[in-house]
Design a protein around this ligand. Structure first.
Ligand SMILES: Cc1ncc(COP(=O)(O)O)c(C=O)c1O
Length: 378
């Protein structure tokens, strides 16, 4: 291992660099909140909801305390519950399925498309039964799911659509931002997301005022007026402190996404012609925001170890598809049920990706990666 390789660690994501660049703005935004101690549903929350809805070109945004809560309340707002089935991707983060389960419904999975890694719309109709009520396409890794065929099938079968946009703040499909194509869309502001808080956070976005109102009610104990509870709700509110941080960060999102796209292009250019590495393909009419830059490599675990040895952090999103997770053994799935998702789980590797990533860092990632795959069919 050469000295240049071990000299500087390359993190998977560099949140300290992002916070350093925003420190003054964040301090200024937080001071009035601590001065007033308006920690719950203070003015920063409404300010962010308005700004995020405007950014997406949606009518309503209701903030929540996580993306998981957003998915859960989206389902409740659509009256989806026990006896219902909801179709989603086998290769998402488990929260997508958990929300379906916690709404009382049953998740039904569809395999991934081998090129876009998103839900394969050509396999969607085969998963529909008389119990199916909704589809949750996931805009995985920041790349929009193929919404046209999904929406067409949903219309044909009278199904609701909930976008899981937790990884895709600002991504566009046919020129419009994701989160605006469905009955209701869900976002996560987990710190590592393209738009992240300093803790957990989430939101639903919708053009339907009834859905917005219902989510608003449920997130705050079913209450519009203090100690008057119209329905049984939850405590799923976003903290004012998190909203203030999101207000600081939102104006930077476009430039951060542009930087991510530029880094993705640079990785793909440097890796072009390296046969052992499959680089991500952006589907036509889509603009990905590269929440993750995911390659496929043979012998993935060895490659990841080689990167680790060179002080380069990588990730695997996700090593076990949802249908094979212990939590979902009750659904009775077996290996082979969703072969594309299973094959991807064994080959995918997420490379360092964040707006502050430098070309020199990317050069080192690429060098180490090429060295690690050489001799494996390169
Ligand atoms: C695709 C997807 N769905 C849902 C979630 C859940 O979001 P949160 O972690 O904010 O609950 C995440 C976050 O990791 C995600 O990536």
């Amino acid at each position: 291992m050469s000295a240049t390789i071990t000299a500087n660690a390359i993190p998977f994501i560099d949140l300290p660099a992002q916070f350093r660049s925003l420190k003054l703005e964040i301090d200024t935004a937080l001071t009035p909140i601590f001065d007033s101690t308006g920690f719950i549903l203070g003015p920063a929350v409404a300010e962010f909801e308005e700004a995020f809805a405007a950014y997406l070109n949606a009518r309503h945004c209701v903030t929540l305390n996580s993306g998981t809560a957003a998915l859960h309340l989206a389902l409740l707002a659509l009256d989806i519950g026990p006896g219902d089935e909801v179709i989603t991707a086998a290769n998402s983060f488990i929260a997508t399925a958990e929300a379906i389960s916690f709404a009382g419904a049953t998740p039904r999975f569809v395999d991934a498309d081998p090129v876009s890694y998103n839900l394969d719309a050509s396999k969607l109709e085969a998963a529909i039964t008389e119990k199916t009520r909704a589809i949750i396409p996931v805009h995985l890794f920041g790349q929009p799911a193929d919404m046209d065929p999904i929406l067409e099938i949903a219309r044909k079968w009278n199904l609701k659509v909930i976008e899981d946009a937790c990884q895709a703040h600002g991504a566009t499909y046919r020129g419009a931002r994701v989160g605006t194509f469905s009955d209701v869309a869900c976002f996560s502001f987990y710190p590592g997301k393209n738009l992240g808080a300093a803790g957990d956070g989430g939101a639903i976005v919708t053009n339907n005022p009834d859905i917005a109102e219902k989510v608003r009610l449920i997130r705050d104990h079913g209450s519009r007026k203090k100690y008057q509870h119209e329905i049984i709700g939850h405590n799923f509110r976003l903290d004012t402190v998190q909203a203030a941080i999101l207000n600081v960060k939102l104006p930077h999102l476009e430039s951060w996404n542009a930087a991510r796209r530029q880094h993705a292009e640079y990785y793909s250019r440097r890796l072009a012609g390296v046969k052992a590495v499959v680089t991500p393909a952006t589907a036509p009419n889509c603009e990905s925001v590269f929440h993750l830059y995911v390659v496929q490599v043979p012998n993935r675990d060895e490659v990841q170890q080689a990167m680790r040895d060179a002080n380069i952090q990588t990730g695997i999103h996700y090593p076990v598809p949802i249908h094979l997770q212990a939590a979902y053994k009750g659904l009775g799935h077996r290996p082979g049920d969703f072969p594309v998702s299973e094959e991807l789980a064994g080959k995918i590797l997420s490379l360092p990706m964040y707006a502050e990533l430098t070309e020199a860092q990317q050069d080192r990632v690429v060098e180490v990666l090429i060295k690690a795959v050489s001799g494996m069919g390169q």
